[in-house]
Design a protein around this ligand. Structure first.
Ligand code: FAD
Ligand code: 2HG
Ligand code: ZN
Length: 452
């Protein structure tokens, strides 16, 4: 270990190799607190050459490494479970001047999502991906997990925003394709490959991101429904009816009550409906809201009066009811998180099945279900003393039977890798392994994530 630490210090400078157990503890436990490991060192390279040097040292010393951005990932992929070196991207946080005409910006892997959002907004543009961990989550981590968030319905996930990438692969070579062209058919799609690779192929150091224009105005409405089935159908019909829909988020009465208590906020009356859909519309928002009123009137199973907000403060009040779900769930204990996609037709039945099986296997547990209903993506958060891996297993079994995906947006990480071979074909997994061997021949890149 002393040799390794000294060698790492020659790459990045002594000040950027952290070994004090008290200092590195936070990097060894994930956001959910479900996974804790240990590390000989957290290294903070300041540029692509230093990343390359760190990878060379790890290869030489036969030590694996775990890339880490904001450590907000939810599948245990960002922590050193078996004594790996942590490569922190904290110092790779530069954000270049926005290319206003090219509608793009180059961001270092360690730049925060909020930082990129602010840089884009300063010139009247917008970065299309948004999620509640925006102040801490990094662009590199979001690319590595192909993060989704609340606007996938309209703009796609991180992969759809990538115009270029720079990374150091596990084999030591540097890929650099950063011209940021919208059309470029010159070979394999390296941004697409590294996006969603969860740190298992290399360290992403910078990316070129597409930006979109700011809308003229935005409105948010909470619409209550008598049942989950009505909410799913209603959300799909609203998307078709009013145009400019940017987000469709499902919440249930029990989840909203827990959020209200956790944040000490009052709920609008519509939030007591069995199912609530948050609809965000952009463009000429006032006109769309008028349109929304008519469209809501035509839906089946609407209950109560929708709560509507056109101003920023009002919109934030409604959005926090949705965004605070993960945090409110975490206040109930260590949460087992399932992040699944389902065909729209089975969502209502899935919620009933999951509630029933939690009641059977873990009767005292809390089971919150919410999510990006416009994408068929539900988040299941189960917490309680008797919750163990059996709960995950049972829920994922239901998902698989229903023809869904065991990860919509958080990735496989360590949490779901035992499941990969059950949901991807042998040919798929063989291709994954061949790519891994080629780009990371020594298997030093994030060995606990993704591949079983
Ligand atoms: P980390 O947690 O540090 O790392 C995540 C993974 O990426 C790890 O496997 C790590 O090894 C790898 N990695 C990190 N940086 C690099 C790099 N530079 N090169 C290679 N590999 C790297 N996710 C969604 O998709 N949608 C949501 O709506 C959403 N909401 C969230 C809300 C909250 C409150 C929280 C806590 C999380 C949420 N997430 C959501 C999880 C989401 O995956 C992360 O917020 C984000 O994508 C990870 O960024 P990070 O910088 O924290 O990455
Ligand atoms: C969200 O949509 C995030 O809020 C987190 O993806 C979901 O914590 C979760 O399970
Ligand atoms: Zn989500």
């Amino acid at each position: 270990v002393p040799d390794l630490v000294a060698a790492l210090a020659t790459c990045v400078g002594e000040a950027h190799v952290l070994t004090d157990p008290g200092v590195v503890a936070g990097d060894c436990t994930d956001w959910t607190r479900r996974w804790t490991g240990r590390t000989p060192a957290v290294v903070r390279p300041g540029g692509v050459d230093e990343v390359r040097a760190v990878i060379a040292v790890c290869r030489e010393h036969k030590v694996a490494l775990v890339p880490q951005g904001g450590n907000t990932g939810l599948v245990g992929g960002s922590v050193p479970l078996k004594g790996e070196v942590v490569l922190s991207t904290q110092r790779l946080d530069a954000i270049a001047v926005v290319d206003e005409l090219g509608l793009q910006v180059i961001a270092g892997a360690g730049a925060s999502l909020a930082g990129v959002q602010v840089a884009a907004a300063a010139v009247g543009l917008r970065f299309a991906v948004d999620l509640a961990a925006r102040d801490t989550a990094t662009i590199g981590g979001m690319v590595a997990t192909n993060a989704g968030g609340t606007h996938v319905l309209r703009f796609g996930s991180m992969r759809a925003q990538l115009l270029g990438i720079e990374a150091v692969l596990g084999n030591g070579s540097v890929v650099h394709h950063m011209r940021g062209l919208r059309k470029d058919n010159t070979g394999y799609d390296l941004p697409g490959l590294l996006c969603g690779s969860e740190g298992t192929l290399g360290v992403i150091t910078a990316v070129s991101l597409r930006l979109v224009p700011q809308p003229a105005s935005i409105a948010v409405a909470l619409v209550g429904f008598a049942s989950i089935g009505d909410a799913v159908r209603g959300a799909i019909e609203l998307d078709g009816a009013i145009g400019g829909v940017e987000a469709l988020e499902l919440m249930l009465a029990d989840g909203l009550a827990i959020v209200a208590a956790h944040r000490s906020v009052a709920l609008p009356s519509v939030a007591t409906a069995p199912a609530t859909v948050l609809v965000e519309v952009a463009g000429d928002a006032a006109a769309r809201v008028e349109h929304l009123a008519g469209a809501v009137g035509a839906l089946r199973g609407v209950v109560g009066e929708p709560a509507v907000a056109l101003d920023a403060a009002g919109r934030a009040r409604l959005w926090q009811l949705r965004e605070a779900h993960p945090e409110a769930a975490a206040a109930q204990g260590i949460v087992h998180k399932l992040d699944v996609t389902l065909p729209a037709a089975v969502i209502e039945g899935f919620v009933a099945d999951v509630r029933a099986l939690c009641g059977r296997i873990a009767p005292g547990a809390s089971c919150l279900i919410y999510g990006h209903v416009g994408d068929g993506n539900l988040h299941v958060n189960v917490a309680g003393a008797e919750v163990d891996d059996q709960v995950d297993e049972a829920i994922l079994e239901v998902v698989d039977r229903a023809g869904g995906s065991i990860s919509a947006e958080h990735g496989i990480g360590t949490a779901k890798k035992a499941w990969l071979e059950r949901v991807r074909s042998p040919g798929d997994v063989a291709a994954f392994r061949a790519i891994k061997r080629a780009l990371d021949p020594d298997g030093i890149m994030n060995p606990n994530a993704l591949l079983p």
